[in-house]
Write a protein that binds this ligand. Structure first.
Ligand code: FAD
Ligand code: SIN
Length: 527
């Protein structure tokens, strides 16, 4: 039986499900996820969703805060639609049964994070993402028009080959199914909602699914990729040998947490007038500077003055998780380090999620809408997923109505290669090499010399990976390795294009921010 859908949605986080629930009113939808449907970055989100819901706040202030954090690189129209459509999308989400914290007077309990001039973050305790994922998933699973394919990993997009690379229409995707066989999914409109790529770095807050698959697939298919040099590092991940990727929400500093050197001294007041609540790029750079100065492996986040009662009520998950690692935040400052957190660049799209490839949309973290510019404002990401998931769905529905009925044929997958027990070791070795290389050479502060060294090493690694991709049977590990290698290449290429320091891209060779906004850094495969 051919797998044919009006809409193929690759990804089950906030962006993919926001798209799917709207599209399902107009056609048949397949939602693919490479692990369980709830294994997403969305589920991990802690702080919340930024939105203008209070009388003391305004669209202008939220726009202004986003533009300031974005360091002159935002597309202002993307910021405006996100901010202005955000409250409506958020209220729809609440109407689906997503429970956010409210105060005794019935109004939303709004918290604060770095770079925000007002309290405007709606949250569900300190596990907002889990609640958003639960509510959206429950709703989408109840819709008969949506079929879920879990543990189904998209390999590559299929495009009409009668036109040059980057111009042929996207017809669907090849997918590695749970049982190990490969299917061609035929789609009239395809949407990448595959999330970010933090796993390209050795230390990251991201879950295992964040290997940049959608970004790499779109790049290989000829789509335009933008601004990948702007990779956001979150200031406060738990520093503990057994904590793989545990984040301490920025809301902790929003509620009064203080960053300290290991000597106990606070330092953020020396770097920015907003102190501990400065935009994220400023805080991370300051931490990097202090750690380099002292040679310390980590710094401290101090919340002891907030008291047990407040911490227990406001951050129950953080408190319990830290305790499970032997750190009691009530009595002890928490050891923290910055870690790769969010991909601000991505597949370049317009305000309706169209990529440069006909028939292909991109939404959520995988997309570059221009909202985040050179540095994302905290808690603007779930918001972007809600707003652009909806906008792209409306655009895809319009496109569906304009296209001919029926499906273009896709050639069946040609199985080749042999399984080989040695292959697992090669994958692991290259996986570690790339992630370490990215951490050491393409991290928070960069130089041309280190970037060029990374470029040379990546060229060699990508050639080797390409060779054994052709030689062995396709596995998910191998696909993810190939994808993080492509993501790493794109970050380095974009970083080399930018001859200044701006937002999240800090270069020792180009330390100044040029006075006028600079063009976006675009990379596209040659036809
Ligand atoms: P995701 O939620 O990551 O979903 C990606 C989906 O794509 C998954 O279903 C995955 O299986 C699927 N997928 C990937 N590759 C393939 C493939 N090859 N084939 C099939 N399926 C595939 N943002 C905020 O706004 N507020 C916060 O408080 C906040 N806190 C955060 C805390 C943490 C720890 C992290 C990691 C991020 C946080 N963020 C926060 C960022 C935000 O959570 C993400 O940017 C956002 O959830 C991304 O949503 P998404 O729908 O684009 O992708
Ligand atoms: C956090 O809770 O600190 C994460 C917020 C974000 O990444 O937007």
């Amino acid at each position: 039986m051919r797998l044919e859908y009006d809409f193929l949605v690759i990804g089950s986080g906030v962006a993919g499900l926001s798209f799917a629930r709207v599209a399902a009113q107009y056609g048949r939808v397949a939602v693919l996820t490479k692990r369980g449907a709830e294994e997403t970055s969305t589920s991990q989100a802690q702080g919340g969703i930024a939105s203008v819901l209070d009388k003391s706040d305004s669209f202008e202030l939220h726009v202004e805060d986003s533009l300031v954090a974005g360091a002159g690189q935002c597309r202002e129209n993307a910021v405006r639609v996100t901010v202005e459509e955000g409250p409506q999308r958020l209220l729809e989400l609440a109407a689906l049964g997503c429970h956010f914290d409210v105060k005794s007077d019935g109004r939303y309990d709004l918290t604060r994070e770095g770079g925000h001039s007002r309290r405007r973050i709606v949250h569900a305790g300190d596990i907002t993402g889990k609640e958003v994922q639960r509510a959206l998933l429950k709703h989408c699973r109840s819709l008969p028009q949506i079929s879920f394919f879990e543990h189904s990993c998209a390999i590559d997009l299929v495009c009409d080959k009668r036109l040059p690379l980057g111009q042929g229409r996207c017809l669907g995707a090849y997918v590695l199914m749970e049982g190990g066989h490969i299917e061609a999914f035929h789609a009239r409109q395809t949407v990448l909602a595959t999330g970010g790529s933090g796993k390209a770095y050795l230390y990251t807050s991201n879950p295992d699914v964040a290997t940049g698959d959608g970004l790499a697939m779109a790049f290989r298919a000829g789509a335009r990729i933008a601004n990948m040099e702007f990779f956001q590092f979150h200031p406060t991940c738990l520093f503990h040998p057994e904590a793989k990727n545990f984040l301490l929400s920025e809301a902790v500093r929003g509620e009064g947490g203080i960053l300290r050197l290991r000597s106990g001294q606070s330092f953020m007041q020396n770097y920015h007038h907003q102190g501990d609540l400065a935009p994220r790029d400023v805080v991370t750079r300051a931490m990097d500077t202090e750690m380099k100065k002292s040679g310390d492996t980590h710094l401290l986040l101090d919340v002891r003055h907030l008291g047990q009662t407040f911490l227990k009520e406001r951050f129950p998950n953080l408190l319990a998780t830290c305790r499970s690692f032997g750190v009691d935040m009530v009595t002890t400052p928490i050891p923290v380090v910055p870690a790769a957190h969010y991909q601000c660049g991505g597949i370049d799209t317009d305000l309706d999620g169209h990529s440069t490839l006909p028939g292909l949309f991109a939404v959520g973290e995988v997309a570059h809408t221009g909202l985040h510019g050179a540095n994302r404002l905290a808690s603007n990401s779930l918001l972007e997923g809600l707003v652009f998931g909806h906008r792209a769905a409306m655009a895809a529905v319009a496109a569906l109505q304009e296209t001919q009925p029926g499906f273009e044929p896709i050639a069946p997958w040609i199985y080749k290669g042999k399984p080989d027990s040695f292959e697992g070791v090669l994958v692991r070795q290259n996986w570690e090499d790339i992630r370490r290389l990215m951490w050491n050479l393409v991290g928070i502060v960069r130089s041309d010399k280190r970037l060029l060294l990374a470029k040379r090493r990546l060229k060699w690694l990508r050639e080797e990976i390409r060779a054994f991709y052709g030689e062995y049977v396709v596995t998910r590990d191998m696909l993810e390795l190939r994808n993080i290698a492509d993501v790493a290449y794109l970050i380095v290429e974009c970083a080399l294009l930018r001859k200044e320091s701006r937002g999240l891209h800090t270069s020792q060779d180009w330390p100044n921010t040029l006075p006028s906004p600079q063009p976006d850094s675009f990379v596209q495969r040659e036809p």
